[in-house]
Design a binder for this molecule. Structure first.
Ligand SMILES: *Cc1c(COP(=O)(O)O)cnc(C)c1O
Length: 408
């Protein structure tokens, strides 16, 4: 365990030691505190705990040591090396959630009210899009969708609609890998007095730190690269306004009841320790796969921001350490070519989701978006021959050999 006074200067050192406190019984690894409640020595202590005079756990929906360690580790990684306005290290606060969607719920429910609007980009995770399309309107909140890759369009939307309360971005976005300019949009947000929130799931804090550009909130689906092994669903809701996070943010999180649980938090804590080495390998392999598929006879187009001809290459290079491990390809043969490729895979895994050690491939037109009408799918950039790939950590020659034989 790193001494409290030891200054951690590297990302992996932080990912391994950050957020950890010595266990009172000297367990080396973080124990799974599988207990719904916590006890008091006396009625007086109970009183002090409930009134907030004394720190201490009360009830797991309100907080739990295993869950707090995971949330504190993510908060430490998201603020690593960033200073606040006054030159001191930035401190941010996070609450561990049952899923990425629970994190989005905590964000929206704690910041928006009837009459407010959200400004967002048209390429977003399907669940986030559905939340904005179907659930928020039930509460009198609506979404303004614009092409936020164009800062002029973003500014026009902000000027046209003073009811916009928050700019909500996801970059790189699922499944098109489009990137938006975090710095530029945050600058506009500040200029027009709007909150800015970012879904940082695809990048992880190792590749991209939105707080560095001044965003107010970050959410993650920890299910993906943060966990890294596909062992549990989870999320986190992080904010830089500590006063808000310790008061209303915490209150709403507790009222919604979307908390994680000790076992999933334990899996997450251990998964995150290897984030840097995993992301380095994932990204290296992704670049190789993109190079192999780019120019392959069966491939019409590769969507990977690491390729210089991708329209978001510059913005991704500006704000990300590497272009990430997600890419998509459009096959020349359309729907049937997509189905054929999926059927022929021998190593890569046919499944949805992303961010695990093995390479995962999905064909949205025959899988996730099978029931979405073709015209609607295509509006979101999901064409018949689109294959999405979460490039894994296998040895690169094996990944490429499998893709090569599957495309024959
Ligand atoms: C998976 C995902 C989510 C939703 O997370 P869950 O953990 O499945 O609830 C949100 N945003 C992005 C970008 C995702 O990939």
């Amino acid at each position: 365990m790193a001494d409290q006074n030891f200054r951690l200067t590297g990302f992996s050192s932080l990912a391994i030691h950050g957020g950890h406190a010595q266990d009172p019984r000297y367990a080396h690894l973080t124990p799974i505190y599988a207990s719904s409640t916590f006890v008091y020595d006396s009625a007086e202590q109970g009183m002090r705990r409930f009134s907030g005079q004394e720190d201490g756990y009360i009830y797991t929906r309100w907080g739990n040591p295993t869950m707090d360690e995971a949330a504190d580790k993510i908060a430490a990684m998201e603020s690593f090396g960033i200073t606040d306005g006054g030159g001191s290290p930035l401190i941010v606060k996070g609450y561990l959630q049952a899923s990425g969607m629970a994190a989005i719920s905590a964000l929206f429910m704690s910041t928006l009210k009837t009459g407010d609007k959200i400004l967002s980009h048209y390429s977003l995770y399907g669940g986030s899009q559905e939340f904005m399309d179907r659930l928020l309107p039930e509460f009198g909140i609506s979404a303004v969708i614009a092409d936020l890759r164009d800062l002029n369009k973003a500014e026009d939307a902000l000027k046209a609609d003073p009811a916009i309360k928050m700019i909500y971005i996801e970059t790189p976005a699922n499944p098109t890998l489009q990137c938006v300019d975090i710095e530029g949009l945050t600058r506009l947000g500040k200029q027009y007095g709007k909150l800015v929130a970012c879904d940082n799931t695809f990048a992880t804090p190792y590749l991209q730190q939105p707080f560095r550009f001044g965003v107010d909130f970050i959410i993650h689906s920890t299910t993906k690269f943060l966990n890294g092994h596909g062992t549990s669903i989870g999320g986190v809701f992080l904010g830089r306004d500590i006063e808000f996070m310790n008061a209303w943010g915490k209150k709403v999180h507790r009222m919604l009841g979307g908390n994680s649980n000790p076992f999933d938090a334990f899996l997450l804590v251990n998964g995150m320790k290897t984030l840097e080495v995993r992301m380095e390998r994932h990204c290296h392999n992704a670049m190789e796969v993109a190079g192999f598929l780019n120019g392959h006879a069966a491939v019409a187009k590769v969507n990977y921001t690491g390729l210089p001809d991708h329209p978001d290459h510059y913005v991704s290079a500006k704000q990300m350490r590497h272009p990430g491990a997600m890419l998509s390809v459009e096959l020349k043969g359309g729907l049937q070519a997509g189905v054929n490729m999926m059927d022929r895979l021998q190593l890569c895994t046919r499944t949805v989701s992303l961010g695990t050690c093995d390479t995962l491939m999905c064909h949205p037109a025959s899988m996730t978006h099978y029931s979405v009408p073709k015209e609607k799918r295509e509006q979101y950039g999901i064409t018949d021959g689109l294959i999405r790939i979460s490039v894994g950590m296998e040895n690169i020659q094996d990944i490429i050999a499998d893709m090569d034989q599957a495309l024959k």
